[in-house]
Structures are given as structure tokens and as C-alpha cells.
Ligand binder design. Sequence first.
Ligand code: CTP
Length: 404
Amino acid sequence: MSAKKRILLCVTGGIAVFKAAALTSKLSQSGYEVKVVMTESAAEFVTPLTFQALSRNPVYINTFNEKDPSKIAHIDIADWADVVVIAPATANVLGKVANGIADDMVTTTLLATTAPIMIAPAMNVHMYAHPAVQKNMETLKTFGYTFIEPGEGFLACGYEGKGRMEEPEVIQKEVDAFFARKDYPEWHGRKVLITAGPTQETIDPVRFLSNRSSGKMGYAVAEEAAKRGAQVTLVSGPVSLPVPPGVTFVPVTSAEEMFQEVTARFADTELVVKSAAVADYRPQEVFDEKVKKSSEPMSIEMERTKDVLKELGKRKENQVLIGFAAESENVEAYAEKKLHSKNLDLVVANSIVDPGSGFQGDTNVVTFIKKGHSPEKLPMLSKSDVAKRLLSEAAILLEQRGIQ
Ligand code: CTP
């Protein structure tokens, strides 16, 4: 990160303060500049020194403890923040802010800031369900504040239910997404369709033909596009990856199912990224019963599946189409051929034999091939960085097409 993004973390008093310490650590390690404001009661749970050490910044608790005479601390830090996160947010702080009460460092800062405010509540299940708390949260939503809903589970008070502050990793993802939306306004609301993973082509009730695709590349593109504010639909073959937050998920198994799900959505899509490794052939006959072995060799007659991307290339109107080409030789020449034969705007080519490249790993070595441009080979990058570069290319292609 070049200029550090500034997060003001307001910590209020509940047992989840210990999670706020972990959140401070994660945000700082990810390159954010974090400053912490605490209530007196939050400091009863975890000392300010902990937050100071994790954020490497002074911690603010007392409105009247003005360390720098040239500044008014609560105004200064309120103006300093790019975003404010209240975590954990108690019922008390929600009530105060909803009603404009400012009687300590946290609440005066919250009234003074013009930065967006994200709130991660944490409280007992009955407190959370109380009409006063619910009403206060509704009021705060009308102010434009956003909520990171608490999870369900065991609460420190001994109850089980909703009220547990969301995990630091999830809060950080929300913060990342906030900045990505701010940094990439051109992606806001873009309709993006991404395919990922392998397909499975059934032989009999227990067997299928498939390939080694892990889905990691497509999931990385889906995650990044969603972070940037696009409306992402992910049509995925069977993989063992979590669905990225904010993505509409369409699970499929076979090439035929992928064809149906993708073509049905194509007319209402602006960008397609087709990273799935779709089977080119499937067994001509699917056995209803499990095939028994015999002493004879066996063969399976195969037939071609439909080429999803080629079909999209034929139907293409104003959409941007990006395909993948995994090759073991003549990478650029074969990829260039796909660019033309499938009527694509960009082919992401990779050699499956290059070190650091291919299906299963977390890195990739890819070459971008565009009509009328010489191939651009990228260095070895994480799949998430390849996704970022790919979306930058896609944004240029969308702009060139005048899709606004
Ligand atoms: N693709 C598709 N439908 C298929 C097969 C492939 O949409 N039935 C898409 C993939 O998602 C990928 C690109 O086409 O974006 C890969 O091109 P393809 O020609 O299928 O690659 P290979 O199977 O590796 O091609 P070839 O055997 O011709 O080298």
C-alpha cells in the first residue's frame, strides 16, 4: 500500500474487546494505519497499552487529556480517519450515537467525524433483540452507518444466540471491501459472470471424468471483482473453496449444466471471465448401474461437449469476453488462435509446465493476449494479484466498448 489508509477503531466495553485487539493487529499487519479510541469501560477488559503496542499509535480515552496544545484531540482524530469502525459496539454506544449524545472520547469523536462509520455490535442475545436496540440500529442506518452483523453462537454471558461480535477476519474483509469500492468506482454495479473449477462428466453412479482444476484462479477473480463493487455471479464446478463474500453462487457439475447456466445469464452480463476447465468430451453413454469389472480391457466412447465460450463469442453483442488457455507447448500461438476462433477480447494464457504456474498452486505465470497488441507476459504472481491485473485489463476493455 503506498499512502497508508487510516482506520479509526472505536472500542467500547464488552468482553469482545479482546477480539478488537486481534483486529488491531490484523489491520496494522495488512498495512493500514490504525488509531484506537476506547471507552473507560473498554479499558477495564484490555489495557490501552495493548492497543498502543499493536497499533503503534497513542490510544485516546479521556476527552480532556489533551496531549498536544495545538490540536483538539477528538476533532483531530475525527478528521484524520478515512473510515471509522466501532468494534465491539455495545448497546450503550448505539443508544448514545443514535440520540446524538456525546459524553466521552468515543462518542464525541463519532459525532465529530464525517468519515463513513462501520459498526460491529456485540452484546447479550436479549439485549440485541430489545426493541430499543433494534430501533437505535435502524436510526443509525438512516444516518448511513453500515453494520457488520453479529454472529450466532455461545456468548460469554452463558447464552447461545445472536450477539457475538463478528470475527476480526470478517471485519477486516469488510474494511478491505470498503476501500476497494472507494478506489474502483468504475466497477460499481458492473454485471460480471465468472466460471471456475473443473466439470465432472458422469460415467456411472460412482465414477466420473474430470481434471485437476482447483478453481483458485476463478475464485480469486470473483473475490476481487466483488470487493471492487461489481455484481458477481460465480458459476462453479465442484471445488473445495469457500464462496467469496458478496458473490451469487451457482454450483454446477457437468459441462452441459455449465453451458445452460452461463448462456441463460449472458444477455444480462457485461463481462465474462471464463476460467473454468470445462471438459471437452463426455462419455457418450451414462450407465445407470455401477459398471462391473471383467478380465477384458474396456473402452468408453466419448462425445464432444458444447464449447460454452465459443457459443458466447457467437452471441456476443457489447459484452467483454475473457477466456483462459492452459497449454503445455506453443503457449502464445495456441492462445492467439483461441482469441480469434472464439471471438474473445482477451486470452489469459499460461503454460501448465512452467514452475509457479498451473492448476493447483497459489501462484500463476500468465501472458495476456489481446487483439492488435503484442503479448504481455507477467512475472510469477499470486493468483490474487493475477486477478487484480486481469480486472485492470477488463476495466480498459469495458471502457473502450463504452459500457458505462
Ligand atoms: N471452454 C468452454 N467450454 C468448453 C471448453 C472450454 O467454455 N467446452 C473455455 C474455457 O473455460 C477456457 C477456454 O475455453 O476459457 C479454453 O479453451 P479450450 O479451447 O477449450 O482449451 P483446451 O481444451 O485446452 O483446448 P485445446 O484442446 O483446443 O487445446
